[in-house]
Design a protein around this ligand. Structure first.
Ligand code: ADP
Ligand code: MG
Length: 323
């Protein structure tokens, strides 16, 4: 007998995540009842993953479960907010129990790691699509926004960039590498690590922040626009993983500056906050690299090692650019 919608909710989603004292009423009624801590702001974000757009069709269900929560955690990280609750709207082509079990394994592993309670959702039948809404807390005035970068601030990124984009090209067959390297790159595409602790550590220190989902140039561009400034990006400083270096791309920064799906943080620091911010990130084991400087002149200027200005073909992923 195929599972009903209500069997699915009960079996796979109720009582699976961590229990939190601030959830007065979770899954099972017409709405959840939640108690945000007094004196804090609620940070709310939602992201949809569409099969074949946000992940390759052949992606395994465990990775899809992980990624659907991870990309939302990344948005809270970029705000400096502490994750608390999530809702999940799931559209499924079939009530495939093996698929659901694996999806939940990935989803709830990430939920437990970040103490996020799943408090509600919706389950419907149709082409595979996953929408997660996440909610978290931040003290008033301490959120990291896109506006606030000033001329003279330095631009930083966490971790390494470009692996997820290279992994996608491996899946698509346009980048040929050894299978060991291919697996490392695809792992970054399938299982992004949201920089939640780094976002919290940057509260009160970073002048602006964003998570890199569409590509560094595009996402840094959002900071520049919101802050009404420009930036000079030193392409040779972009941090590359060993796996990406071993791909032997002639101009790796072309991919690294524009590829999406890395879910690292890009942030700006006033010079007087750099020591403290970098010490906090180092204590977390989170690598951070200075990649450029904020300028009063608007626009994003990319320079190579010799200081020559380089033009990128595109800045990042745009869902409507190819319509
Ligand atoms: P309604 O018809 O009132 O919208 P539903 O039948 O859609 O209620 O959902 C019943 C309960 O199960 C609600 O509390 C809802 O939040 C929860 N729920 C439904 N689907 C999911 C899901 N995929 N993940 C988590 N909770 C869900
Ligand atoms: Mg419903």
């Amino acid at each position: 007998v195929p599972a009903s919608e209500f069997d699915i909710i009960r079996r796979y989603f109720e009582h699976h995540g961590p229990a939190r004292a601030d959830v007065a009423l979770g899954i099972g009624d017409d709405a959840a009842l939640l108690a945000p801590p007094s004196g804090q702001q609620l940070a709310v974000s939602v992201d949809t993953l569409v099969a074949g757009v946000h992940f390759p069709l052949e992606t395994g269900p465990e990775a899809i479960g992980h990624k659907s929560l991870a990309v939302n955690l990344s948005d809270l990280a970029a705000m400096g907010a502490e994750p608390a609750w999530a809702t999940l709207a799931l559209t499924l082509p079939a009530a495939d129990e093996a698929w659901l079990a694996a999806f939940c394994e990935g989803f709830f592993a990430a939920a437990r790691e970040h103490n996020v309670a799943l408090v509600g959702g919706d389950t419907t039948h149709g082409p595979l699509s996953i929408t997660v809404q996440i909610m978290g807390f931040v003290p008033p005035g301490q959120a990291l926004t896109r506006a606030g970068a000033k001329a003279g601030d330095d631009v930083f990124v966490t971790g390494t960039l470009g692996d997820a984009g290279a992994g996608l090209r491996v899946v698509q067959g346009t980048l040929r590498v050894s299978s060991a390297i291919g697996e490392q790159l695809k792992a970054r595409l399938d299982r992004p690590t949201p920089r939640v602790a780094a976002g919290l550590a940057l509260r009160g220190l970073a002048s602006a922040a964003i998570d890199i989902s569409d590509g560094l140039a595009a996402d840094l561009g959002h900071i520049l626009e919101a802050s009404d400034v420009g930036a000079e990006l030193e392409l040779a400083k972009l941090p590359l993983s060993d796996a990406l270096r071993q791909c032997g791309l002639p101009e790796p920064w072309r991919l690294v500056a524009t590829a999406g799906d890395d879910y690292e943080l890009c942030f700006t620091l006033p010079p007087e906050n750099e020591r403290e911010a970098l010490a906090r990130l180092a204590a977390l084991g989170c690598p951070a690299t200075r990649i450029g400087t904020i300028t009063a002149a608007p626009g994003l200027k990319c320079v190579d090692t010799s200081g020559k200005v380089v033009t990128l073909d595109a800045t990042g992923y745009d869902h409507f650019a190819h319509d």
